[in-house]
Every structure is written in structure tokens, then in C-alpha cells.
Design a protein around this ligand. Structure first.
Ligand code: C2E
Ligand code: CA
Ligand code: CA
Ligand code: CA
Length: 278
């Protein structure tokens, strides 16, 4: 697939994921949806297994489409990536997540980490740092509570990645390597980049009980994180057995349907209230 930011693909080619929507149409509707405010964030709780407390949340974007209903990222993120619209969308996500964090603080909830996914397109923009600084200023979020999720490939493919990551750390944010283990890992980078957390990808967690290789990989990632003094969180935890496995290997932060699905902001807030996180 072309990834040069131009619209030089065949507009008549049906989009394999988009249920027959033509690419150009989809691109235009994403642009319009941004203007009309049709995107929304859902928040998936991250839980400390030891205390059962919600210790953080990952912001995940959805498109509240006027006719198609609530669309998951798989339906529009790939096109947004291809067309470069992901940069504007990603900024909207970051700003919205920071504002939401501040709203929750003002309502008296204990402040918690909010994690935002960064796309490689955003990461390679020369003005990334300035844009983030602006959002921090504008929303006045304490950057210690903001975590950016980046992928291994981003650190490998972007010129000056070390410098960018250094600057992000200087701004006081936390960095998490998302989908850890699925890309080309350069372990040397972990220390160099002062990475705060590794997120074990759902594809490993899924088969933890049936595939001994996956189980070994997960156990090894956890042990390595502990050894390096880096945090570790497992995503995609769906059942008790997976949870017990992770717990027994001392991975205490988890995110997954076993606890909670991603929730609209109002529902997330209700959950916090119910748990007395005031
Ligand atoms: P991801 O960053 O790996 O996010 C985790 C995905 O796993 C989410 O899917 C979440 O709903 C799903 N998930 C969490 N726990 C479970 C579980 O126990 N079982 C199952 N089956 N799934 C679980 P979602 O929200 O559909 O997002 C898919 C991907 O879209 C994300 O994967 C991320 O790569 C991308 N994405 C989502 N929001 C954003 C965004 O704001 N910006 C960027 N650049 N990408 C985003
Ligand atoms: Ca993520
Ligand atoms: Ca991701
Ligand atoms: Ca993942």
C-alpha cells in the first residue's frame, strides 16, 4: 500500500475493510468527521491485580458515524494513516484525552495515568514536540500522568528517534512500548530511551494457556522488564487462567475484557464512582 501521503491510489478500488466505501470518499468523510466532531474516545481501565484498583486508562478512538454507527479503529485508522489524516486525528485524541483527565481531576477523582497511542506518522513529524508542548500548555495536564504508547518499529525507522524520545521524557511524560514482542526489538533501546513500561501484546496473552512458546515469551518479557527496572502491563486479558498466569509471573498490571472493555467517558466515570476512587 502506498504510504507517501498522496492520494494516488485507485479511488474506484473498494476498500477491503470499509464495506465497499471508496477510499477517496472515506478520506473525505474522515476529514469532515473531524470538523463535525464525530470521533469519540473510549477508555479502557488498567487494573492493578494486587489491589483491584484502576490505576490507569488507555484512550481508544471510535468514529460515531451518522449512518454506520460506532466504528472501531480498524475501519478508519489504516486510511487515516495512509492519507496522513492520522496526524490531525492523533492530535485531537491527545488533546481530548488530556482534557478528559483534567475534567476527572476537577470532579475530585484521584489522578490516574492516561495512555494515548501515537502513530508513526505523528512520530516522524518534525514539529511533534512543539505540538505536544502546546497541548500540554493548553490543557494544563500534569505530564507525569500522560503516557504515550509507541511501537518498536517507530524507534527503528525514524531518523532522530533517540532525540525525539529524549525530548518527550524531558517534557515529563511516560513512554510505553506498545505491542511489545511483535516488532523488531532492539533491547539496547530500552535503557537508552528511558522507557517506563512494556505492554505485552494481546497476541501473546491470547494463547498463553495453550501455546508453551507464547507462555515462555510472556514470562521472559516480564522477567526482563523486572530486571531492567521497567514497568510491564499485559493487554487482552480475557479470563481467569490468563490472569493467574500473569500474576504468578509477577505481572501485576493488566488490561482486558476480563476486567473491563473500553468504556465511553461517562461509563468510565461511573465505574470510578462505584469504586470510590474519589
Ligand atoms: P492497541 O493499541 O493494541 O489497543 C488495544 C486493542 O485491544 C483495543 O482495540 C482494545 O479494545 C482491544 N482489547 C483490549 N482488551 C481486550 C481483550 O481482552 N480482548 C480483545 N479481544 N480485545 C481487547 P481497538 O480499540 O479496536 O483498537 C485497535 C487498535 O487501533 C489499537 O490497538 C491501536 O493500534 C489503534 N488505535 C486505537 N485508538 C487509536 C488512536 O487514538 N491513535 C492511533 N494512532 N491508533 C489507535
Ligand atoms: Ca495501545
Ligand atoms: Ca498500537
Ligand atoms: Ca496490541
Amino acid at each position: 500500500m502506498k504510504d507517501d501521503g498522496k492520494n494516488n491510489y485507485n479511488v474506484f478500488k473498494p476498500n477491503p475493510d470499509g464495506g465497499g466505501i471508496e477510499r477517496l470518499t472515506l478520506e473525505n468523510s474522515i476529514r469532515k468527521a473531524l470538523q463535525l466532531g464525530e470521533f469519540e474516545l473510549h477508555y479502557q481501565p488498567q487494573v492493578d491485580v494486587l489491589t483491584g484498583e484502576v490505576i490507569g486508562t488507555e484512550a481508544l478512538v471510535r468514529w460515531n458515524h451518522p449512518t454506520l454507527g460506532l466504528l472501531p479503529p480498524a475501519k478508519f485508522i489504516p486510511i487515516a494513516e495512509e492519507t496522513g489524516l492520522i496526524v490531525s486525528l492523533g492530535e485531537w485524541v491527545l488533546r481530548t484525552a488530556c482534557l478528559q483527565h483534567q475534567v476527572w481531576r476537577e470532579k475530585g477523582f484521584a489522578p490516574m495515568r492516561v495512555s494515548v497511542n501515537l502513530s508513526s506518522r505523528q512520530f516522524s513529524k518534525h514539529d511533534l514536540i512543539e505540538r505536544i508542548e502546546e497541548i500540554l500548555r493548553e490543557t494544563r495536564i500534569d505530564p507525569r500522568y500522560l503516557e504515550l504508547e509507541i511501537t518498536e518499529s517507530m524507534t527503528m525507522n525514524v531518523d532522530g528517534a533517540i532525540e525525539v524520545l529524549g525530548k518527550l521524557k524531558e517534557l515529563g511524560m511516560q513512554l510505553c512500548i506498545d505491542d511489545f514482542g511483535t516488532g523488531y526489538s532492539n533491547l539496547y533501546y530500552l535503557k537508552l530511551f528511558s522507557i517506563d513500561r512494556l505492554k505485552i501484546d494481546r497476541s501473546f496473552v491470547r494463547d498463553i494457556m495453550t501455546d508453551t512458546t507464547d507462555a515462555d515469551i510472556v514470562a521472559t518479557i516480564i522477567a526482563m522488564a523486572h530486571k531492567l527496572g521497567i514497568g510491564v502491563i499485559a493487554e487482552g486479558v480475557e479470563d481467569r487462567d490468563q490472569l493467574d498466569f500473569l500474576h504468578s509471573h509477577s505481572c501485576h498490571e493488566v488490561q482486558g475484557f476480563y476486567y473491563h472493555r473500553p468504556l465511553p467517558a461517562a461509563q468510565f466515570e461511573r465505574l470510578l464512582r462505584k469504586r470510590g476512587a474519589m
